[in-house]
Write a protein that binds this ligand. Structure first.
Ligand code: NAD
Ligand code: UDP
Length: 325
């Protein structure tokens, strides 16, 4: 293997973002190990990679130790949709905390570089808008989202402690809402719900009055940002925000999905879930300056591609992983 080709572990590699990341790494010629317990994904996401000599699939739960020899680790294993991470909140916290401890221990032993997939959720329901990396966040430690938010916050802490104490080479990316082909159609996230509902002729379910906002990043842009962060100079552990700064209300999103699908679905309003953040928009000045990165795919185009993918799949092949969708 040439010096530029690496042994790369992607935990959560069969998931929505992980499977696309594995694809990109395999295309570059790296020796890729995809580790997953398939809680929120299925083998079909990586089936097209299975015959490749530089791709390996390991069924493993990251809350348990594992010994592998690798040069780089992307730590993505964690349920990401609210309905998934709230299904078993204690397991979610264990996945973030025990998972990152196992990953960092492996990195220390192998002298591997680690990229931690953190989240905009560490900002909670933010009082600062847009959110820069310096903002410390407003998370309700007691609420139903805390298992995810606090698990990811603790993981960031562990990443920086292993860095300072053991010299582990680390990077943290804070990912804002990302969408695209291979989202789980029953994950309950707003884009998958709206597209599935619009294509099925069902009502689109807005939680609250739809004035809350989110900023949606297309999958390919996001994965490009992760690859750049892994390749960034070692003196830049981050954290760095990765997301699309275009901000939309949930009502605008529903109307756009109806327009792009040509659906005759109507919009209906349901109660807002507890602790649902009011506004969210990344400040990406740091990613622009340090990684030369910014998203390229506008929401309309990304939604078009995502709708096309949803039309192409047989939803009967997707098992809702939890009753919470
Ligand atoms: P996803 O649910 O599709 O992927 C997560 C993957 O991790 C799945 O394949 C799942 O089976 C696996 N997994 C879960 N628990 C595990 C365990 N204990 N052991 C091994 N594997 C396990 O979600 P995604 O959107 O691809 O998210 C990937 C990562 O990015 C997550 O860490 C998530 O927190 C982070 N993130 C995603 C977004 C987004 O909008 N998609 C936003 C912020 C952060
Ligand atoms: N949402 C909605 N209808 C749905 C699913 C979600 O109105 O069918 C809202 C949800 O209340 C939130 C926003 O859309 O305000 C984004 O929700 P999602 O679960 O996709 O992500 P997160 O809240 O984690 O950003």
């Amino acid at each position: 293997m040439s010096a530029a080709l690496k042994r790369v572990l992607v935990t959560g590699g069969a998931g929505f973002l992980g499977s696309h990341l594995c694809e990109r790494l395999v295309e570059r010629g790296h020796d890729v190990i995809c580790l997953d317990n398939f809680f929120t994904s299925q083998k079909s996401n990586v089936a097209h990679l299975l015959g490749r000599p530089n791709f390996e699939l390991v069924r493993h739960d990251i809350t348990q130790p594992i010994f592998l020899e690798v040069d780089e680790i992307y730590n993505l294993a964690c349920p990401a949709a609210p309905g998934h991470y709230q299904y078993n909140p204690i397991k979610t916290m264990k996945t973030s905390v025990l998972g990152v401890i196992h990953v960092l221990g492996m990195a220390k032993r192998c002298r591997a570089k680690v990229l931690q997939a953190s989240t905009s959720e560490i900002y909670g329901d933010p009082e600062v808008h847009p959110q820069p990396e310096t903002y410390r966040g407003a998370v309700n430690t007691l609420g139903p989202r805390a298992c995810y938010d606090e698990g990811k916050r603790a993981a960031e802490t562990l990443v920086m402690d292993y860095h300072r104490m053991n010299g582990v080479n680390v990077r943290i990316v804070r990912i804002f809402n990302t969408y695209g082909p291979r989202m789980h159609p029953f994950d309950g996230r707003v884009i998958s719900n709206f597209i599935r509902q619009a294509l099925g002729g069902e009502d689109l379910t807005i939680f609250g009055d739809g004035s809350q906002t989110r900023s949606f990043c297309y999958r390919d842009d996001l994965v490009e940002g992760m690859l750049r962060m892994m390749a960034a100079p070692d003196d830049f552990p981050g954290p760095v925000n990765l997301g699309n700064p275009g901000e939309f209300t949930i009502k605008e999103l529903a109307e756009l999905v109806i327009e792009l699908t040509g659906s005759r679905s109507r919009i209906v309003y349901h109660p807002r879930p507890a602790d649902d953040p009011e506004r969210r928009k990344p400040d990406i000045a740091l990613a622009r300056a340090r990684l030369g990165w910014e998203p390229k795919v506008p929401l309309r185009e990304g939604l078009r591609r995502t709708i096309e993918w949803f039309r192409s799949i047989d939803m009967a092949h997707y098992r809702p992983p939890t009753p919470n969708y």
